[in-house]
Ligand binder design. Structure first.
Ligand code: A2P
Length: 331
């Protein structure tokens, strides 16, 4: 298998470190490996595959050395500036920020859902928002079979989604300390506020879920609404997803469709108290689906409870899966 030169930008961050972990686990064929971050951590060492790598400051010349693939998770501003520079040097950027997701020239990809979109990339591929990724994995096979008419998302999102600072707010909040990252205490609380508020009263997180779902499922008119809530859970996002379909369905067939879909583990045995849990999903790459039941208030609708590790499947693992496909296509 052809080996590639691969870089991680934002390698010292929460998602960046998970990029390294997932790359090691999946044993991607890497020839040369580079780690970039800001000037703050330049010169520090990172261990990857048993070898020490020195963190370099990201600059305009960082990609002047034949880097094939770069995984970016260093914030929107960094991606906005440096992803086009990397792409202009022949590198394919897989970007975890929201900077490029809605750009019509940039594919937005969940490998189980729309891997074909990778092909038309012009040097930048966007990794969707964590809450969107885990929703797409069960919604795609259901859309293919029953044609989705409307979706209502309600999320229960872990503090790891707000980076190390979010994690610390919960940890310290449980000891009675005041929050530094969130506007209110997260310990013992639920905050219906993720990312900033926009003019129509929705938060940016909610709009990301709505717009990204439409782009990934190639349905710009799909009716979607969302409420995104931060909850006092360290890791893994949970979501209640209410879906209305154009076509009728048999519940057993719908459950079977989800069971056979790639990337899903069903936990759907309520009689035995079995349903997806954040603590079980943490550290894994699958999307867990359960509490599958008919929405009896509409003609053809279903309720799902969907859980996944937001740092792995919701960010790092999804990006590494995209990299794997690119490498396979290079052979
Ligand atoms: P650094 O550790 O040097 O600040 P998180 O989202 O967990 O806070 O991580 C953000 C990541 O993005 C870190 O690796 C951080 O590096 C990196 N980063 C932040 N700003 C820049 C920048 N201007 N150039 C390169 N990397 C950056």
């Amino acid at each position: 298998m052809k080996k590639v030169n691969l870089a991680v930008v934002g390698a010292t961050g929460m998602v960046g470190r998970t990029f390294l972990k997932v790359l090691e686990e999946k044993q991607l064929p890497i020839e040369n490996f580079y780690v970039f971050a800001s000037s703050r951590s330049a010169g520090t060492k990172i261990v990857f595959n048993g070898r020490d790598y020195v963190v370099e400051e990201l600059t305009e010349t960082s990609f002047d050395r034949g880097i094939d693939i770069a995984l970016f998770s260093a914030g929107g501003g960094t991606s906005e500036k440096f992803a086009p520079i990397a792409a202009s040097k022949g590198c394919i950027v897989i970007d975890n920020s929201s900077a490029w997701r809605m750009d019509p020239e940039v594919p937005l990809v969940v490998p189980e859902v729309n891997p074909e979109d990778i092909e038309w990339n012009k040097g930048i591929i966007a990794n969707p928002n964590c809450s969107t990724i885990q929703a797409m994995v069960p919604l795609k096979p259901l859309d293919d079979k029953y044609k989705i008419k409307r979706v209502v998302y309600s999320t229960y999102q872990a503090v790891s989604g707000a980076g190390l600072a979010g994690w610390k707010d919960l940890e310290n909040g449980l000891k009675g300390e005041a929050p530094k990252k969130f506007p209110h205490p997260i310990a013992g609380n639920c905050l219906p506020h993720i990312d900033v508020f926009t003019e129509n009263g929705y938060t940016k997180e909610e709009l990301k879920m709505i717009n990204e779902t439409r782009k990934i499922l190639h349905n710009p008119d799909m009716k979607i609404t969302a409420t995104a809530v931060r909850v006092p859970v360290f890791n893994s996002h949970s979501e209640s997803i209410n879906v209305e379909f154009e076509k009728p369905f048999e519940l057993t067939n719908l459950v079977d469709t989800l069971r056979k879909a790639p990337g899903i583990i069903l936990k759907n045995d309520s009689c035995n108290d079995e349903y997806p849990l954040a603590i079980d999903a943490s550290g894994t790459d699958e999307v867990y689906v359960g509490r599958i039941r008919r929405d009896e208030s509409v003609e053809s609708g279903v309720n799902l409870w969907v859980v996944a590790d937001n740092i792995r499947k919701g960010a790092a693992s999804n990006a590494v899966q995209i990299a794997e496909i690119i490498i396979k296509n290079m052979q």
